[in-house]
Design a protein around this ligand. Structure first.
Ligand code: CA
Length: 364
């Protein structure tokens, strides 16, 4: 069905958060015309903005022209319906907000009334790469564990307890009460205090997984991420001589940390922290990573949201990956450990289930 016509229209709310050299934009598009089974939003930048990443839509920029395409759960727009998506980009000399939005070729007016003198744009839809890995079963994944094969109270077989640096009061166990799938999960009771480490390591060798390593896990935890630095996923990394690429939290939000130089992603500025997300407590959360082992690229999804502050793309962005990209060798994770590592304050009880690592994108 064509969406063009004087009776149809759309409204766009474009909310930008900018800093020197970079910006993020949250975009809400409201369809005031006929229902759309598949939508694309076009606009033109009049400054020198350049989109570097996006979440909840596929966004492609050609010159100054930008097209955002909804997909999956965000792909249809009923009459009166809205879609929200976001993007991150860079700019140098000017970054005025765009104003020439059109939805499936129909110009959007700020009040929902399409300006009659503007012809519809004819930019054809492109086929950008997906911003969220599609759902998939384990396929040929190297790790694919629902922990249902764990028979005893202590991790065994393909999962082994380890405290690589030092051990305190933290413990690991197979839980038969709380599970995301089936009747078993991995439970970690992580203790506070410097060097209180308790992990369960997969025995799988991940050194040939790639070129992009995709990790998916369901995690549930009890206590909000603290202000102090903590880790709950540790990936021994041969590019750091065996030191780890770590996922955890700091300042209440998720972060990546590189053990060898203590770099964080995002940078721990207020702006950087705000571009990450807390890990909600008391419910199972789907956490996914895409780790490029051939270039400095890293992406993180919490549920369906690609987290803007947990994105490294090779282009230094202040408050996000500028510090992270000071070291250019891409990571080469070789193993996976799930657990808890405190460096001061912060304790937590966590469960892990349905853990998958492979060379292909993995859905929740
Ligand atoms: Ca399970």
């Amino acid at each position: 069905m064509s969406a063009s016509g004087a009776e149809s229209g759309c409204r766009v709310d474009y909310t930008v958060n900018k800093w020197t050299g970079g910006y993020t934009a949250q975009i809400k598009v409201t369809n005031l015309g006929p229902a759309l089974d598949g939508w694309r939003l076009n606009w033109t930048y009049t400054g020198d903005q350049q989109v570097t990443s996006a979440w909840n839509a596929s966004v492609t920029q050609t010159g100054s022209s930008v097209v955002a395409v909804g997909s999956g759960w965000n792909g249809t727009l009923a009459t009166g319906g809205t879609a929200d998506f976001g993007l991150q980009g860079t700019w140098r000399s000017a970054d005025p907000a765009p104003s020439d939005f059109s939805l499936n070729g129909t110009p959007c007016g700020g009040d929902g009334t399409p300006p009659p003198t503007t012809p519809p744009t004819t930019t054809p839809p492109t086929t950008p790469p997906p911003t969220t890995p599609p759902a998939a079963d384990c396929g040929s994944a190297v790790i694919c564990s629902d922990f249902e094969d764990q028979t005893g109270p202590a991790p065994s077989g393909a999962w082994q307890f380890t405290a690589p640096d030092c051990q305190g009061t933290g413990t690991a166990a197979v839980d038969t009460v709380v599970a995301h799938s089936g009747g078993r999960s991995l439970r970690i009771d992580g203790g506070t205090g410097y060097c209180n480490h308790a992990f369960v390591a997969s025995t799988a060798d991940l050194s040939s997984v790639g070129p992009v390593m995709y990790v998916r896990m369901w995690v549930r935890h009890t206590t909000a991420l603290p202000a102090a630095h903590v880790t709950f996923v540790s990936l021994p990394d041969s590019s750091q001589a065996g030191r780890s690429l770590r996922v955890g939290g700091q300042n209440g939000a998720l972060q990546w940390n590189r053990e060898s130089d203590d770099a964080t992603l995002p940078a721990q500025s207020p702006v950087g922290v705000a571009l990450s997300r807390p890990l909600p407590t008391g419910s199972w959360q789907c956490l996914r990573f895409a780790i490029d082992t051939t270039a400095p690229g890293l992406d993180t999804w919490l549920g369906d949201e690609q987290i803007p502050g947990l994105h490294a793309d090779g282009v230094p962005t202040q408050d996000i990956d500028q510090q992270w990209l000071a070291r250019t060798a891409p990571p080469r994770p070789t193993a996976l450990r799930l657990g808890w590592e405190s460096y001061g304050t912060g304790d937590d009880t966590l469960w892990f289930d349905d853990v998958t690592v492979g060379s292909a994108p993995i859905g929740c």
